[in-house]
Ligand binder design. Structure first.
Ligand SMILES: Cc1cc2nc3c(=O)[nH]c(=O)nc-3n(C[C@H](O)[C@H](O)[C@H](O)COP(=O)(O)OP(=O)(O)OC[C@H]3O[C@@H](n4cnc5c(N)ncnc54)[C@H](O)[C@@H]3O)c2cc1C
Length: 383
């Protein structure tokens, strides 16, 4: 499938070994428990996975998108858990705004402990009133001397319960101001007074921590603001591009997890005197899965190469939106076909197919829903 450069192939091999040994055998049990063990962060950090793509002076390892995608794809294919992927790597949506727009002192305070796996970072954009229409968010931050005073709510926040740092979208405009111009980004420490958190039950991603957050007159120092006051909308939109590319690659990895399990099953299971794979209809299902995975792979690689070459053009942004839809539809198709090939076993808890079938919808909604992806692509393409 992917023609990986040597370095990326070596990284993917290492991640495959880690995910096969330390993630996959435990996922069903972690899902039932509703969480995965905290030491997994330190373990992933010690392998360099949490710091991939971050500067050395903050404890990371600079890496191209191609390298990061190799890691993501191998982790998702062989770990086969969106819940572990989402929470273990939530810093990849929480930290980039700090890295790109925080002061040097703030970067030093927040980023290294997270990359060492000692602390956890999350991103808080979505509110009970809506997630797609980011410009309509209502959580406020009011300046009071040397502090911001935050009031409001966020919902569906990944790593929300455990997070030591929450990169938060707030409205700092004049009281009553509307639209994207009044939005800012600020960092909130998890132990700040005035923060309350409650867990949410979900269709999938059971072992991932997803929370409802409330902010009641919560105070943070003024220096925790990221970028300019009122410049938050642009930061959020820039951050989404990376998140969407990563979601597409993860969806491809999960599609492959479905294919791997379905192929194994089809080779072993016998009906009417022959292995399932020897029935033409079953074989064709597997080929249909391959066809969709192959097109997704080529597109993921091409957009990663464009990103690595510095392309952030409207055409690239539109392509990322369309790729997110294509990749998650590929995963949906593969999960559906895998459950069908496994038959009754595909409906049983503990199979990859069953887990992926429950987990695909969040990837089609989170980080920008299918409908919003199409709207954004249309706008970028001038349609
Ligand atoms: C498990 C999970 C984890 C998440 N983690 C995070 C996180 O860490 N941080 C975070 O900030 N958010 C997170 N989210 C939130 C996620 O990004 C939002 O759910 C998503 O952006 C959609 O927002 P919404 O749910 O408010 O739907 P809404 O915005 O209310 O939309 C509902 C439906 O209407 C459609 N719709 C909306 N507007 C239009 C339109 N103009 N035209 C056509 N259709 C439209 C949408 O596509 C969607 O299908 C998470 C969600 C889940 C489920």
């Amino acid at each position: 499938m992917s023609t990986l450069p040597e370095e990326a192939a070596a990284l993917a091999d290492m991640v495959q070994r880690f995910a096969t040994r330390d993630i996959a055998p435990h996922v069903a049990q972690w899902d039932e428990a509703g969480e995965f063990p905290r030491p997994l962060y330190a373990q992933a950090a010690s392998l360099g996975l949490l710091g991939l793509g971050y500067p050395e002076h903050l404890g990371g390892t600079p890496a191209t998108w191609r390298m990061r995608n190799a890691m993501t794809q191998a982790f998702c294919r062989h770990g086969a858990s969106g819940g572990v992927f989402a929470s273990l790597f939530s810093h990849n949506i929480g930290l980039p705004p700090v890295l790109n727009h925080g002061s040097e002192a703030l970067q030093q305070e927040v980023i290294p402990p997270v990359l060492r796996g000692e602390q956890i970072a999350a991103l808080g954009i979505t509110e009970p009133g809506g997630g797609s229409d980011v410009a309509a968010l209502r959580t406020t931050a009011r300046r009071d001397g040397g502090e911001w005073v935050i009031d409001g709510e966020k919902v569906f926040i990944t790593s929300g319960l455990r997070a030591d740092w929450i990169t938060l979208a707030v409205r700092t405009g004049e009281s009553g101001s509307k639209g994207s111009g009044g939005i800012s980004m600020v960092v909130v420490p998890g132990d700040a007074k005035g923060l309350s958190r409650s867990p949410l039950q979900k269709m999938g991603w059971w072992c991932s921590d997803t929370a409802h957050l409330r902010f009641d007159s919560l105070r943070v120092p003024a220096r925790y603001l990221l970028g300019d006051e009122g410049g938050g909308f642009k930061i959020i939109m820039g951050n989404f591009n990376g998140e969407r590319l990563a979601i597409a690659v993860a969806a491809l990895g999960f599609a492959q997890a479905c294919y791997d399990e379905a192929l194994d099953w089809a080779r072993q299971r016998k009906t009417f005197g022959a292995a399932l794979v020897n029935h033409q209809v079953v074989r064709h299902k597997l080929v249909d899965m391959q066809m969709r995975m192959a097109s997704t792979q080529v597109w993921c690689d091409a957009l990663a190469d464009r990103a690595d070459a510095g392309d952030q053009s409207p055409d690239w942004v539109a392509a990322v939106c369309m790729l997110k839809n294509h990749a998650t539809q590929t995963m949906q198709f593969c999960a559906d076909q895998a459950v069908q090939i496994l038959g009754g076993m595909g409906y049983m808890r503990g199979t990859r197919a069953e887990r992926m079938y429950r987990e695909v919808k969040v990837l089609m909604v989170g980080g920008g829903s299918e409908e919003i992806m199409k709207e954004l692509a249309a706008k970028q393409l001038g349609i």
